[in-house]
Design a protein around this ligand. Structure first.
Ligand SMILES: *Cc1c(COP(=O)(O)O)cnc(C)c1O
Length: 396
């Protein structure tokens, strides 16, 4: 019989009943060190007092009013995001896919209003991930996500990642903009080179295109800067954010330059929940912590140290791991053994990690992680790898 919860996820047989900081307690009574953070979402860890307080207080006052009225919490959060990014204006929504939909709509609408209705195609990249809505599975372009869901949404062209010549060759009179992850997350923590991102900026300027950056996974402090594209020193035209922005409360955002944002006049776009007082209270609490003096620097420092620890692990166990990828606290370990078996072995050692494409194990702890937490994760990872090799030897 069909389960009452649809079977579209492959889940571990494990539930959690409580969390504090980086630690989760399972219904099995065991404690788990959380280096998955609910797929880069619980940026402040579990039960962070400031986030819990903000959500409880706001829920007790007013949760939702709709966008028919002023929402001071959204105003405050938008002011803050604008002050700390290249953007001039923010649109709130509820998820990463919805943020990317908004990003693409902004790009198309701006080209249309600029007198270029023919410019409606977006250049995307191989191995990208932009979400699961009808348009975003087309933007993602992964055949496995598209199969059986046609007709596909038109308007997305795919070229190899980190290949500027391929991008240039793909630009046509119909091209409206480019959508790129500064670090491809789902497909295996593959960073764009700074030169590539800088080159995209130059191409956009040269051809009158808009540069859209998908920061849903890499943004909100994960790499030690508020947004990962900052490492390349570029200013995008439009940025999408979600995952970590609400610390576990569903919230997404599209941050755009005025040139694009000004075209979203009343009636052109909308969402019922988007940017409601409760979600934005969560976003304010998260950004209170992230933007406090020294916090991004701390993430960068811990993330760098974590990278060094992972390098040592790879050097020590070259038969299991062969490469460390990523920046800050957005890390991937390219594995020589099937990543699924390693993630399961890590679970057995009380460490939560997330499998990604290309046989990569993703390690993305809450951003409050310390060097000691990272050391503990590496110790458990090493034990997991040993357990796996011992098992393999036994079975051989
Ligand atoms: C997770 C993710 C998305 C989709 O976000 P949802 O909240 O699941 O819709 C989009 N882009 C990137 C880069 C992501 O990592």
């Amino acid at each position: 019989m069909i389960p009452t919860v649809m079977p579209n996820y492959k889940r571990f047989d494990l539930a959690f009943e409580h969390g504090e900081g980086l630690w989760l307690t399972g219904t099995d009574g065991r404690r788990y060190l959380d280096f998955g953070a609910g797929i880069a979402v619980t940026s402040l860890g579990h039960s962070h007092p400031q986030l819990v307080k903000a959500i409880t207080e706001q829920a007790g006052r007013v949760m939702h009013v709709s966008n028919l009225y002023q929402v001071p919490q959204a105003q405050a959060l938008a002011d803050r995001l604008v002050a700390h990014s290249a953007a001039d204006s923010v649109l709130f929504c509820n998820s990463g896919a919805e943020a990317n939909e908004g990003l693409v709509k902004l790009i198309r609408r701006a080209q249309y209003k600029n007198g270029h209705p023919e410019r409606n195609r977006i250049i995307c990249f191989e191995h990208a991930f932009h979400g699961r809505t009808l348009a975003m599975i087309s933007a993602t372009g992964n055949p496995a996500y598209l199969e059986g869901f046609g007709p596909t949404v038109e308007g997305f062209d795919h070229v190899p990642f980190n290949d500027l010549d391929a991008v240039k060759a793909a630009i046509t009179p119909q091209t409206a903009g480019i959508l790129v992850e500064p670090i491809q997350g789902e497909s295996g923590i593959r960073p764009a080179t700074p030169e590539f991102l800088q080159g995209l900026r130059t191409l956009c300027d040269e051809y009158g295109l808009y540069l859209g950056i998908d920061e849903v996974q890499s943004g909100m402090g994960r790499t030690g800067t508020l947004f990962a594209h900052e490492h390349a020193g570029i200013a995008p035209d439009v940025i999408s954010a979600a995952k970590g922005i609400g610390g576990g409360f569903p919230l997404g955002a599209v941050l755009a330059r005025e040139e694009l944002a000004k075209h979203l006049t009343p009636g052109t776009h909308g969402t019922t929940y988007g940017g409601n007082p409760l979600a934005c209270a969560a976003g304010l609490a998260v950004t209170d912590v992230l933007l406090a003096p020294g916090m991004l620097e701390q993430i960068a420092r811990v993330g760098h140290a974590f990278g060094t620890m992972l390098d040592a692990l790879v050097a020590e166990m070259p038969e299991i791991f062969d490469e460390v990828r990523g920046v800050g606290l957005m890390r991937g370990l390219h594995c020589r053994v099937p990543v699924g078996s390693l993630v399961s072995a890590a679970l057995g050692e009380g460490l939560l990690a997330v499998a990604a494409g290309d046989n990569v194990m993703r390690l993305m702890p809450p951003l409050i992680a310390t060097e000691e937490d990272c050391q503990e994760a590496c110790t458990r990872l090493q034990r997991a790898a040993h357990a796996l090799t011992n098992n393999q030897e036994k079975n051989a």
